[in-house]
Write a protein that binds this ligand. Sequence first.
Ligand code: LMR
Length: 328
Amino acid sequence: LLAAGLATGLLLPSAIVQAAAAAEPIVIRFAHVVTEDTPKGQGALLLQKLVTERLGDRVKVEVHANSSLFGDAEELAALQRGEVQLLAPSLAKFEQYTPKLKVFDLPFLFDDLAAVDRFQQRPTGRDLLLSMNQHGIIGLAYWHNGMKQLSASRPLQQPADARDLSFRIQSSKVLEAQFAAVGAKSVKLPFAEVRGALQSGKVQGAENPWSNLYSQQLHQVQPYISETNHGVLDYMLVSNARFWYGIPHEIRSELEAIIDEVTYAVNQQAARLNAADRERIAASGQSRIIALSDAERAAWRAAMQPVWQQFEGEIGATVLRAAKAANR
Ligand code: LMR
């Protein structure tokens, strides 16, 4: 029939129209591990909204929040298998795919989130989006959450106060070394298990930005939070390269434009969301926020900074230098 239509020149246009109308939309499953009222959670919802508005008949984004589809221990393998198409894991979770992203975990490397932002936007930082190509993972954007604070079952004012406590960490050797540097132990646990592990006493401390502390209600099970701002917890929005480059060019360009817009919004709002959650925790009276003097913060920094040298070889001197330079 099609050949006949081609021959007459009559059938083809309507056949194409029918085929296009019948085409199933491309489904993009976006899984993450935090709640919806966090920078990443809000970003995922905004992405879904803009895609519905602009590409609704051609692309459908499904958002699975709160580790409901995959937890952080298995989400990247699921992305490689094509069971999920978008993720935004914390930069600490790419260890088995590239050593270079370890730069983001180094304690006291970035003075603040503005420095992190500069590093991510400059050429060396942008190149890192493509550092997992050989594993079929493509980085599409960096999304901020915020600077991490140390919470614990006892007040942490000096580095020695952390000695012998067990801290929950993300799956990162740098973070393991960071706690070892102050004589503390660490246990790698998926995000979904953090609250339970703190509540049961399996671990006595953790490190999180305010947004994760509040949205997981960790302040209810951690009586003290030291405002250390000692490191960053940011994300890389990633997809499966084969899937991503398989999207028709015109649709992919539109998706990339939407991602740029969402990235701008997430990165504008992250600091505000974290500040608001800090205030909520302070107002709750359930956890005491401990301020560090300049001398105390310098002592934490001095204790943890040897970790940089330990990982410089793996990360690469150029990447580390570029990260340091972003503080100015
Ligand atoms: C964590 O495991 O602490 C974070 O990576 C969770 C998240 O996605 O913010």
